[in-house]
Design a protein around this ligand. Structure first.
Ligand SMILES: Nc1ncnc2c1ncn2[C@@H]1O[C@H](COP(=O)(O)OP(=O)(O)O)[C@@H](O)[C@H]1O
Ligand SMILES: [Mg+2]
Length: 232
């Protein structure tokens, strides 16, 4: 993702009608989707491509989000559809026409941390400080923060202080601004404290719901189906 253009978006109105220079063929809607992190395969992740029977509670929450946005944490093992549903929420919001189209940003927690770390490096200093990113992530009407507590890692990198500080700042800022966040994680609520602090987890509980998504990884299911199809 283009980090600087992320920040430029601060100046874009939610009901943008015109196209950016240099991309004459891009539909404004698609261009905006790209900018907001919903480009490529992400734009195919919708409610209509999700099998509700596997995760009815999470699916129904996602379905109701467009009319009734509130915070949610989708948590559970890998491959159960957390990211898919989070993207589906984002795509539903971007599919709304005209003024009803709500700006929503999708970013993985790791990318968010990377963007902030980049502002500390002189050679890649982009003129925007840490505060500008935090400001952006705490004022966008809907933020989707994916994969908090990176898969395969028990603890944040280093001493974790930086990770927890940024995690807390994002959640606390949205809490104070009264704006919803959609967060996905493979950690339990208790384990999540290690990544974003106990205070942030408490705020999330106050802001909305924790929905546990259980079951087998969809990826494994697909792999089995495709290998049995091949051998049979
Ligand atoms: N219930 C479902 N219906 C349709 N596709 C699903 C479902 N659950 C998962 N998938 C698909 O399985 C893959 C893994 O899902 P993903 O959302 O990335 O899982 P997670 O974020 O929980 O690790 C994706 O390609 C996703 O589209
Ligand atoms: Mg995921």
């Amino acid at each position: 993702m283009d980090h600087i253009s992320e920040v430029e978006l601060l100046t874009i109105s939610p009901t943008i009608k015109s196209q950016p220079k240099g991309k004459p063929s891009a539909k404004p809607q698609n261009w905006m989707r790209d900018r907001l992190g919903f480009g490529g395969v992400a734009s195919t992740k919708a409610l209509k491509t999700f099998d509700r029977s596997k995760q009815p509670e999470a699916y129904d929450f996602a379905l109701s989000f467009v009319d009734c946005p509130r915070s949610v944490v989708f948590w559970g093992p890998n491959g159960v559809g957390k990211t898919h549903l989070a993207l589906a929420i984002g795509n539903s919001l971007l599919d709304r026409k005209g003024a009803a189209n709500v700006p929503v940003l999708f970013i993985s927690f790791d990318d968010a941390l990377r963007q902030i770390r980049k502002t500390f490096q002189w050679e890649s200093y982009d003129g925007h400080g840490e505060w500008l990113y935090i400001e952006r992530w705490t004022t966008i009407p809907v933020l989707i923060l994916d994969e908090v507590g990176q898969a395969g890692r028990d603890k944040p990198a280093g001493d974790g202080e930086f990770t927890r500080r940024i995690g807390y700042d994002i959640i606390d800022g949205r809490y104070r601004n009264g704006l919803p966040i959609v967060l996905t994680t493979n950690k339990s609520p208790n384990e999540l404290c290690e990544w974003i602090t106990q205070s942030a987890v408490d705020r999330l509980m106050e802001m909305g719901r924790f929905i546990k998504m259980e079951g087998k990884s969809w990826r494994q299911g697909r792999r089995r189906t495709s290998s049995s199809t091949k051998s049979g």
